[in-house]
Design a protein around this ligand. Structure first.
Ligand code: UD1
Ligand code: CA
Length: 480
């Protein structure tokens, strides 16, 4: 991008980039997956940080430093439109900034975020940025007083109550007594580029990890006579990092708790919210009741006055108003119309569209099935690649045979059709409006409107057959 284009994006006269550090392996997670792709609230850690940053600057001014499994991280986040910078060897957070130097040298100011500090809110980033400008500092550190500061870098202020900082000391380098410092480094900073880049090469790997610590810039800039200040985040929970699975799970719980609170504040009842798994982007309208142990995932939208009973998992679905989902259902990428009733134990696979007031009952599976208004399939049925018209009744155990081993075919069922129980409908096939299928039929030919079709062997009844057979056996036994 040209410098001219960069200059268009200005803030208080100074142009600004956000750098997100995300190259590390996350050794403490003991996972094959890179740390920043581990999920909380249903989204990768890095996606949360990018979303917070994207409300401060446009994505083309966000530079994500990637390294460990860079291709995988890039592929997962490419759709966000951010820029990627590679740090091929992960030699520390300071080295990560050195690797990004060329890409970001044109900006006057930088905000540095950490890919593994996902609960950070845009408002807090902006507050730090404003403090940084007001203080005319070369470096501003966002700090916090968490319950347990162990593991974090500690802030050494010049004097109690002073905004100025002398140094950040990493956990492993703490001098006796310094472990009592309760103020920690969040790993989130604002920098003026000029002094940062003028002194960035002074970093040394002379420490416990043999890495170039970005945190050392506090002491280096201070020694060079630059102003280094700290500002405390209002809420320590926002800047907690995810370095271990236990920390990750705690952040996930915190984020889901926030989502549940948001929904409850807007009029949704969630019983035992701590047992529910609701992703950050889920929307639910007022007066809907969610029972314990429900999962609402992805981009799910639920209308008002719905009841979602326990043990149901709904992913990327749209539910209308007054929908009832009975216990134990699984719904994926589907839609359900107003007043429809699903379950218990129903499985709606992608592409199912259930109409208003329709009923999908127990042990019914649908896939790419469009079920009309008021239609019913109440028991033990498979509807795949099917259209079912308004008011049609699909009996127990009906199967659409949509697959011949190579291709899939459509079953079209018109309005007000009665499909008798235990029928198999061999697609491609059409049952026209008002037709009637006798129970136990195997239907292989289209059925015209208003017709009855019965496709089964005619029943044979032999009077006295059992009695006769028994008499014959008894006679044979006596003759032995
Ligand atoms: C860092 C800070 C610590 C602070 C804590 C807050 C340093 C030296 N320490 O420690 O003071 O309290 O964050 O959460 O910065 N990364 C790279 N390239 C690297 C190494 C790391 O991009 O070579 C990335 C990681 O992917 C991660 C972030 O930088 O997203 C922080 O690295 P991490 O190893 O987690 O640092 P902490 O030990 O948590
Ligand atoms: Ca970390």
């Amino acid at each position: 991008m040209s410098n001219q284009a960069k200059n268009v994006e200005t803030r208080n006269g100074a142009n600004l980039a956000v750098v997100i550090l995300a190259a590390g392996k996350g050794t403490r997670l003991k996972s094959k997956r890179p740390k920043v792709l581990h999920q909380i609230g249903g989204k990768p850690l890095l996606a949360h940080v990018i979303a917070a940053a994207a409300r401060v600057v446009a994505p083309e001014h966000i530079y994500v430093v990637i390294g460990h499994q860079a291709d995988r991280v890039r592929a997962a986040l490419a759709s966000t439109g951010v820029q990627f910078v590679e740090q091929t060897e992960q030699r520390g957070t300071g080295h990560a900034i050195q690797c990004a130097r060329q890409a970001i040298s044109g900006y006057e100011s930088l905000l540095v975020l950490s890919g593994d500090v996902p609960l950070i809110r845009t408002g807090t980033i902006e507050q730090m940025s404003r403090f940084h400008e007001a203080q005319r500092a070369a470096m501003t550190i966002l700090t916090a007083h968490p319950e347990d500061p162990a593991g974090y870098g500690r802030i050494v202020r010049r004097a109690a109550g002073s905004p100025e900082v002398d140094a950040i000391v990493e956990q492993k380098s703490l001098a006796p007594g310094q472990e009592r410092i309760g103020e920690i480094n969040s790993g989130i900073y604002a920098f003026l580029s000029a002094p940062l880049f003028a002194h960035l090469d002074q970093l040394t790997a002379n420490n416990a990890h043999g890495e170039l610590y970005l945190t050392d810039m506090a002491g280096i800039l201070r020694a060079a006579g630059e102003r280094v200040v700290a500002v405390e985040a209002e809420n320590a929970a926002e800047v907690l990092g995810a370095n271990t699975i236990a920390e990750l799970v705690a952040l996930d719980a915190a984020m889901r708790n926030t989502t549940a609170r948001r929904l409850m504040d807007s009029g949704v009842t969630i019983f035992r919210p701590e047992t529910c798994v609701i992703d950050a982007e889920v929307e639910v309208a007022p007066d809907t009741v969610i029972e314990p142990f429900v999962q609402l995932r992805g981009k799910t939208r639920v209308g008002g006055d719905c009841l979602i009973r326990s043990y149901t998992v709904i992913e990327d679905c749209t539910l209308g108003d007054a929908v009832e989902i009975l216990p134990g259902c699984m719904l994926e990428s589907s839609s359900v119309g107003d007043g429809a009733r699903i379950g218990p134990f129903a499985h709606m696979r992608p592409g199912s569209e259930i109409g208003e007031k329709a009923h999908i009952g127990n042990f019914v599976e649908t896939k790419k099935a469009k079920v009309g208004k008021g239609a019913k399939a109440n028991h033990l049925t498979y509807l795949g690649d099917a259209e079912i018209g308004e008011g049609t009744n699909v009996g127990a155990g009906v199967i659409t045979c949509n697959y011949d081993g190579a291709n899939k075919y459509m079953t079209r069922i018109g309005k007000n059709v009665f499909v008798g129980s235990d029928s198999t409908l061999v697609a491609p096939i059409t049952l026209e409006d008002g037709s009637y299928i006798g129970a136990g039929s195997c239907i292989t030919k289209d059925v015209p409107a208003g017709a009855l079709a019965v496709g089964r062997a005619r029943q044979v009844t032999k009077e006295g057959w059992v009695t006769a057979r028994r008499a014959k056996r008894e006679a044979a036994d006596r003759a032995k």
